[in-house]
Design a protein around this ligand. Structure first.
Ligand code: SF4
Length: 176
């Protein structure tokens, strides 16, 4: 029976998902083994029950904090997908700066935003400190890289889709 696979994009740049697409024709092998029940292009209001979820990005706002708990509850195997999910990485660079300064800079000071407003309803409020997934929920596997290489992503997916634990040796962990 096919596994149910979800991919989720939280506080990240989507580069990890781009790298997933770089597995190219091997996507067909994944498609034989799994149904994509949720992804940035297979959207739905509710997060569905699934066997495997690749979660890109750190927890950066209140919505991410809620979402990750729902994902954890409904997912058998949760994978921290990429360095932002694993360590906070690029997303956590703002932790050194108070969030009101970050918002002011982003919405009021950079070219094209002068005279604008800091949205307080349309976007989820930033949390004080960006954090990696494992600080909020149990993570089953870590898939490092910024982004992880397509080969590494395929290896991890392929093993998990066969109910095997992926082995990340030094060679596979090469960034690239
Ligand atoms: Fe983007 Fe790198 Fe973070 Fe992936 S790990 S979301 S590629 S910054």
């Amino acid at each position: 029976m096919k596994k149910k696979l979800a991919t989720v994009w939280l506080g990240g740049c989507s580069g990890c998902h781009m790298s997933l697409l770089d597995i190219d024709e091997r996507l067909l092998e994944v498609a034989k083994l799994a149904d994509i029940v949720k992804s940035p292009v297979v959207d739905g209001k509710e997060f569905p029950e699934c066997d495997i979820a690749l979660v890109e990005g750190a927890l950066a706002n209140a919505e991410h904090e809620e979402e990750i708990h729902v994902i954890r509850r409904k997912t058998k195997v949760l994978v921290a997908f990429g360095d932002c999910a694993v360590t906070g990485n690029v997303s956590a660079l703002r932790n050194a700066i108070p969030k009101d300064v970050v918002l002011k800079r982003s919405y009021l000071e950079v070219p094209g935003t002068v005279g604008g407003l800091i949205p307080n309803q349309e976007i989820a409020p930033l949390i004080d400190r960006v954090r990696p997934l494992h600080e909020a929920v149990k993570v089953d596997y870590y898939l490092p890289g910024c982004p992880p290489s397509a080969d590494l992503i395929f290896h991890v997916l392929f093993e998990l889709l066969h109910d095997r634990a992926p082995v990340l040796d030094q060679e596979k962990l090469k960034y690239g």
